[in-house]
Write a protein that binds this ligand. Structure first.
Ligand SMILES: NC(=O)c1ccc[n+]([C@@H]2O[C@H](COP(=O)([O-])OP(=O)(O)OC[C@H]3O[C@@H](n4cnc5c(N)ncnc54)[C@H](OP(=O)(O)O)[C@@H]3O)[C@@H](O)[C@H]2O)c1
Length: 286
């Protein structure tokens, strides 16, 4: 029987911060500035966690376009902050988990998907550039007790505002391009296994296979809301609806599978999420 782990979650008020606190009872949340060495050191010494989760970062509101006009704040949180954690957790020998992003790639790597070793090839937004910079920096130190989890387009079967399905349901035009995505129930099961084993290194934390946001909305119309209306947005037309570039990519899950951690096929995950949403939708309509 493995003893329960005490997590200290930075970025506690954010979307992922809240989810970590819910999913790992007994965790402690912190809202200190992760780029402030003294504050981070105090939190680590006060709480003495088994595992630190870095769920802090600038993701922009209403979306990553914000980062284009707030570059210093974005670097402060997405690059300087994790470097402070690298030093302060490293000094104390504390194992820590950084939430990275798969939005540092473009394409499907000739059908193979991008592995954790492939150099980033998408620099179309400032947000993605900061995520790629820190990903590369941390890759030099992962053996010192760092786990970097690369997420993409996270979704679940709840009406949470930050779930991909909720976002897509508000769009009039929906992108028709294959993407890797992260189903949160599978992600958190995988995080449990990886952190219990104190796994280190970079991992693509996406479900098997790929799907397009447009296909998800077709299924949404079949399963959740037959009255839902939307149009197709081709990849070439993406600049018409977004200021900064958006990554469209497929990641390899071979490394995750090789560690014995399995995230189900994305088609099955989308079906489950939509079935759960449908039950909530029916309740609301009644
Ligand atoms: N959600 C996604 O689609 C997605 C996909 C891939 C990767 N990720 C990564 O996952 C991490 C968490 O994302 P999220 O979706 O949970 O974002 P979020 O909802 O914006 O939460 C991030 C939280 O971090 C806080 N924060 C920002 N700068 C900070 C700093 N210097 N020190 C301490 N806290 C700070 C934010 O506070 P303020 O609001 O006050 O700035 C916010 O409460 C990010 O690193 C993001 O890049 C997210």
């Amino acid at each position: 029987m493995i003893a329960p782990m005490k997590f200290l979650v930075f970025g506690a008020q954010g979307y992922f911060g809240q989810q970590f606190l819910e999913r790992f009872p007994g965790s402690v949340g912190s809202t200190v500035d992760i780029a402030n060495m003294a504050d981070v050191a105090r939190e680590l010494d006060t709480h003495q966690p088994d595992v630190v989760i870095n769920a802090a970062g600038k993701t922009g509101r209403p979306n990553i376009d914000w980062c284009e006009d707030h570059k210093l704040e974005t670097i402060h949180s997405n690059v300087t902050g994790p470097l402070v954690l690298l030093k302060e957790c490293g000094n104390r020998g504390i194992y820590w988990v950084h939430l990275g992003s798969g939005c540092i790639y473009s394409g499907d790597n000739d059908g193979r998907g991008f592995t954790e070793e492939d150099p980033p090839n998408f620099a179309g937004s400032f947000y993605s550039r900061t995520k790629a910079w820190i990903d590369r920096m941390l890759s030099e130190f992962t053996e010192q007790g760092i786990l970097v989890l690369r997420l993409r387009m996270p979704f679940d079967g709840t009406p949470a505002q930050r779930s991909l399905i909720t976002k897509l349901a508000k769009y009039g035009r929906v992108l028709d391009a294959q993407n890797s995505m992260t189903y949160l129930p599978d992600f958190f099961d995988a995080v449990t296994l990886l952190t219990e084993k104190r796994t280190t290194g970079i991992f693509n934390m996406v479900n098997e296979g790929s799907i397009s946001p447009y296909r998800i909305m077709e299924l949404y119309r079949q399963i959740v809301d037959p009255a839902h209306e939307f149009a197709r947005l081709a990849l070439d037309d993406l600049p018409e609806v977004a200021k900064a570039g958006r990554s469209t990519c497929v990641l390899s899950t071979a490394k995750l599978r090789a560690t014995g951690v399995h995230m189900r096929p994305v088609d099955d995950a989308v079906q489950e999420a939509l079935q759960n949403l449908s039950k909530k939708h029916e309740k609301n309509v009644k």
